[in-house]
Design a protein around this ligand. Structure first.
Ligand code: EPU
Length: 421
């Protein structure tokens, strides 16, 4: 890829398969019946979740962007390491399996390229609800006679722990109250999905969730939420490459903080009836950024912000508060001529006028998107390898950028390895 004309045109966001749809596929195990999920844009991680559910005995059918999961059969409540090591979202079967079968055996995911990613809050919450958990020979072994409602106070509004409690509490006996719950739009979408299944949940989108367990859930039909991270990625692409684009299919409310930051950088973003219009200005200004759980500036946008400010006017301090090792991409960005130094959770980004194209390697999904964006502001060719990380969360990001006028060509199909994140 190389830098070229400013971006222009209108594009529609994909469904948020990786961070919302896959969680709902796992939650479909709660109801013995056929669940239909729509707007499931095909990303690489979808293949892994399909294989995992099939390995447990569920039937999965895919037709275009529709996925049907038949969890009617007696399932084997075990998630093998072979799947979990390829995709952390496999852990999302733990809550549903425990709630439906009273036992689950799920391979323990390790740390990955963005951090140590502990599961202590998931475990504490399930234990508070009456489960017993052990980690033996690399597997989480969980069992309970019956899950009971509990008051769960999360130390941090973890997305994954909130999902685990939700999917266990919906079938538990009595009321569960989750304090300091995650508020991400993907959590709201999961609550909507579970409610359609017959769950009783109050407070979706706030820090307190109140779940009244029910005896049974029924399979349902749901269209998953649009991908706010893909939308943000395209807006940052417009910021770095220049131009004028419209991104449809995502409400501005799901991107509020990132839109404010883009505004401070000098990108003019306005809400349209069905999305957002962005116009980049020259020069871009550097702004300090700190990542926080929703509604703060999402950690997933941090690498994109760093890549963009690598060519902005001034110096920015970027603080990563969510993951403990998310700056691995900075070394690659610096190989392209960026001036970014890191110290622990902080990065100092000193803007330079241009980057210079170089071969670079991707370490995780958003790092890969950031390097793609950097290539839009680099003289000469940028060749990006290990792009399978990008395919895990984006459906053909190079093609989306190309449709908006970027000079990006896929030279070779990515081959999947052990990605982690
Ligand atoms: N944490 C703990 N203990 C726990 C759970 C989490 O210490 O029991 C820590 C984690 O180690 C991390 C922080 O809390 O440092 C936040 O973790 P969280 O549970 O909120 O994140 P996650 O569920 O593991 C999801 C997304 C991430 C996204 C984060 C934050 C999926 C599959 N992953 O991860 O997405 O960055 O929420 O919004 O939904 C990505 O898409 O690139 C990505 C990494």
């Amino acid at each position: 890829m190389r830098s070229g004309a400013p971006l222009s045109g209108t594009t529609r966001v994909s469904g948020m398969t990786k961070n919302a749809g896959l969680k709902q596929m796992a939650a479909s195990l709660l109801a013995p019946g056929v669940t239909t999920l729509r707007n499931m844009t095909p990303v690489a991680d979808l293949d892994v979740m399909v294989e995992l559910l099939e390995a447990m005995g569920a039937g999965v059918e895919r037709r275009g962007e529709e996925v049907r999961i038949d969890a009617g059969a007696e399932l084997t409540p075990e998630a093998p390491y072979e799947h979990v090591r390829r995709m952390r979202a496999s852990i999302n079967v733990l809550g549903p399996l425990l709630a439906r079968y009273g036992r689950a055996r799920v391979a323990m995911p390790g740390g990955d390229n963005i951090g140590s990613r502990k599961l202590d809050m998931h475990f504490d919450a399930l234990e508070a609800m009456g489960a017993e958990l052990d980690v033996r020979h690399g597997f989480i072994e969980a069992r309970c006679n019956a899950l009971g409602g509990a008051r769960v106070v999360l130390e941090f509004p973890s997305v994954g722990a909130t999902e685990t409690v939700l999917t266990a509490a919906v079938l538990a006996k009595g009321e569960t109250v989750v304090e300091n719950a995650a508020r991400e739009p993907e959590i709201v979408d999961l609550c909507t999905f579970l409610t359609k299944m017959g769950a009783s949940i109050e407070g979706a989108g706030s820090s307190t969730l109140v779940i009244e367990g029910v005896a049974n859930l029924t399979a349902t039909d749901h269209t998953i939420v649009g991908d706010r991270i893909e939308a943000g990625t395209l807006l940052f692409a417009c910021a770095i490459a220049g131009g004028d684009i419209v991104v449809e299919g995502v409400p501005a409310a799901n991107l509020e903080t990132v839109l404010r930051k883009l505004g401070e950088m000098g990108v003019v973003v306005t809400a349209t009836p069905d999305g957002l219009a962005a116009r980049a200005v020259d020069p871009l200004m550097s702004v300090d950024v700190q990542t926080l759980p929703f509604p703060g500036f999402a950690t997933d946008f941090m690498p994109l912000a760093v890549a963009t400010m690598a060519v902005a006017h001034g110096t920015a301090i970027v603080t990563e508060n969510v993951f403990d090792n998310r700056f691995a991409f900075v070394g690659e960005l610096n190989r392209m001529g960026a001036d970014v130094s890191t110290e622990g959770r902080h990065a100092v980004v000193r803007g330079v006028p241009r980057l210079s194209g170089a071969p670079v390697r991707v370490s995780d999904v958003r790092a890969g998107a950031a390097l793609l964006l950097a290539g839009l502001a680099a003289d000469g060719d940028t060749t990006i390898v290990d792009t399978y990380h990008v395919e895990r969360g984006y459906a053909d990001l190079p093609g989306r950028l190309r449709a908006l006028g970027a000079d990006v060509t896929r030279v070779r199909e990515p081959t999947r390895e052990d990605p982690g994140a």
